[in-house]
Every structure is written in C-alpha cells, then in structure tokens.
Design a protein around this ligand. Structure first.
Ligand code: KIV
Length: 334
C-alpha cells in the first residue's frame, strides 16, 4: 500500500498531465472507476442530489457522508488499484466551528478517506483558521471555490468571476487557500479566464468542474459522466447513456417475469431425486415448525366484568404425525 496516495496530485501537475477525478458514492462505482484508471475519487456531498434524491446538498449530514465514505473505501480497496486517493466532503455545517471541523474530519479520515474537502475559506477564530486546525491534526484539505453549492442561498448566481472584480476575488481566494496549505483546490462554475489565471498563479493543482480547459485536472460527477442523470448540465459530459441501457434492461426483465422466461433452470436449484423421494415418504408426516394458534381467553374488563377475547399464542411442534389439511400439504396437488 502506498504511504502517500495524494502525491498523484502534485506529480501530475509537475508533469503537466491533467488529472481525472470522479465524484461518486458507492462501492461498485468506486471499484469500476479505479479499475478504469481514474486518478482520484471524491466522495462529494453531491451524493445528496445523486444518490439520496435531495434537491440540494444542504440536507446532507455527517452520518450520511460517513455511510458513503465507508462504502467507497471498500470499493477502492477491492479494486485493482487500492491506492487511489479518496477525498471526502465535509457537509454543510460540519465545519462551522474549528472543533466541529476537527471532529468531523477526523471521523472521515478514520473511515479511510485520505483527505477532506471544504467549501469556501473556512472560519477563523482568534487568528486560528479551520485549515490550520485540520493541518495541525494531520488532515490534508482540498479547497473548493467558485460556485460552492453549500452556500448557494447566499450566492447570487451560478457562474462566478464574470466581472473583473469578481474574477480578482476568486484569484485572491485561491491565493489564501494555497497559503492555508491546501494540497489541491476545486474550481467550480467560474469563467475560464479566472480559472486559468488561478491555475497559472498557484503551485497547488486546480481541479475544474465548469471552469474551462485551463485547470490542472477535471472532476465529473459519476451520474453525469455515465449518463444516469435525467438532466444534462452544461458543465458536464455524459460519456455513455446508461440511463437508457438500464431502462431497457428493466423493461426486458419485467417482460421476462410476466412471460415466465425468467428464471430458467439455469437460475434455479433442485433437490436430488433421492431427497425428493424421502421427502415424499416421510416429509409430509414429519413436521417441525412454529404455528400460530388462536386460543380463546377470558379477560377482565377495567370495570371487573369478564369477557372473551382471542389471543395469539405460539405453539412449537417437534413432530406432529398429523395429516395436513389439503391446502397445507405440499404434495396435495401433485
Ligand atoms: O460534491 C461534489 O461532488 C463536488 C464536486 C462537484 C466538486 O463538490
């Protein structure tokens, strides 16, 4: 196992080879992505939209993130490339104080993430920033600026950096992130010019999504990439239309169930003829199981009056050499 899975970020920037990251949230997708050669996996809080059906990332909790991070870690470990780095998103509100950030990021790291990602510039108390606190705890941080979905209520627009002033704000934010010690930063939904300027000016790699072609790498969300999402986004590209493939598979399955073309003998198991014969001879009379029986009991009402009620009791039969009723005898209709 590699001691430094995150080193791929710097190595690829140094070699000027764009890095391909995918945001996903379950074990089989993680295994497929690693086997396919993807450089890094992000367990993004976009899983709130893609896997959990919310209409924003705001409802995503630490428990939800922990559940999916653990699944992705298992998927990566079961792949042919178990050293692919896993970055886990800190969800909305989970880093609103330094204490919370350290506790929650520690939890994700203990589940097997190699780093956490945080949107924006983070809180700062008494000149101590959340970045510094995480760094001091030994937790690598990926930054995320531009359109930051967790603060979408406070942002006026999706695409950032359209005016020269806004673009400069992004450039300054990227500088702060580098000074805080981020090992990489996501640039989401910003003008190509702003992203290019940041990438040229910064030593740490920039990973773009909707930020043009000038970044050091790109990230796409699994559901967009493989064409599961119902809507297509301008910033994404579907490299396959698997929604259509899944739909056709499901329709064919339903047809096969209805026509009894599935399952066939190949999908089923049979008893040996000897066992079947034994079952015929003695099985019908030898029965061990549990049976619910109705029994009538006398109960006293609160007023002290007795009345009759039926109570369910469980009877356990060791061996009941009783003939079955026709509708309970497995051989009755043969
Ligand atoms: O949550 C996510 O998937 C992300 C990417 C869009 C960068 O943050």
């Amino acid at each position: 196992m590699s001691l430094f899975p995150l080193s791929v970020f710097k190595r690829k920037k140094d070699d000027q080879i764009p890095l391909a990251m995918v945001a996903l949230s379950d074990a089989p997708s993680a295994q497929i992505a690693c086997d396919a050669g993807i450089d890094a996996i992000l367990v993004g809080d976009s899983l709130g939209n893609t896997a959990l059906g919310f209409d924003s990332t705001l409802p995503v909790t630490m428990d939800m993130m922990a559940h999916h991070v653990a699944a992705v870690v298992r998927g990566v470990k079961s792949s042919t490339r178990p050293d692919v780095p896993i970055i886990a998103d800190l969800p909305f509100g989970s880093y609103a104080t330094i204490e919370k950030a350290v506790e929650n990021a520690t939890r994700l790291m203990q589940l097997g993430a190699h780093a956490v990602k945080m949107e924006g510039l983070g809180v700062e108390y008494a000149e101590r920033s959340v970045f510094a606190a995480l760094k001091a705890t030994g937790i690598p941080v990926m930054g995320h600026i531009g359109f930051t979905p967790q603060s979408q209520m406070a942002l006026g627009a999706v695409v950032q950096g359209k005016t020269h002033r806004d673009a400069q704000i992004l450039v300054n934010a990227a500088r702060s992130l580098e000074m805080e010690g981020c090992f990489a930063m996501v640039l989401e939904a910003m003008t190509e010019e702003a992203a290019r300027k940041i990438t040229e000016a910064r030593k740490v790699p920039t990973i773009g999504i909707g930020a043009g072609n000038g970044c050091d790498g790109q990230v796409l969300v699994w559901h967009d990439l493989v064409g599961i999402s119902a809507k297509s986004l301008k910033m994404a590209r579907a490299y396959a239309q698997t929604r259509q493939i899944w739909t056709e598979a499901l329709q064919e399955y339903k047809r096969d169930v209805e026509s009894k073309a599935f399952p066939t003998e190949q999908n089923s198991w049979s008893m040996s003829p000897e066992e079947l014969e034994k079952w015929r001879e003695e099985g019908a009379a030898s029965y061990r199981g549990q049976e619910y029986m109705d029994s009538e009991v006398e109960i006293e009402s609160p007023e002290g009056e007795p009345f009759h009620a039926f109570e369910k009791v469980v009877g356990v039969w060791e061996r009941a050499d009783l003939p079955f009723d026709d509708d309970r005898d497995p051989f009755a209709n043969q």
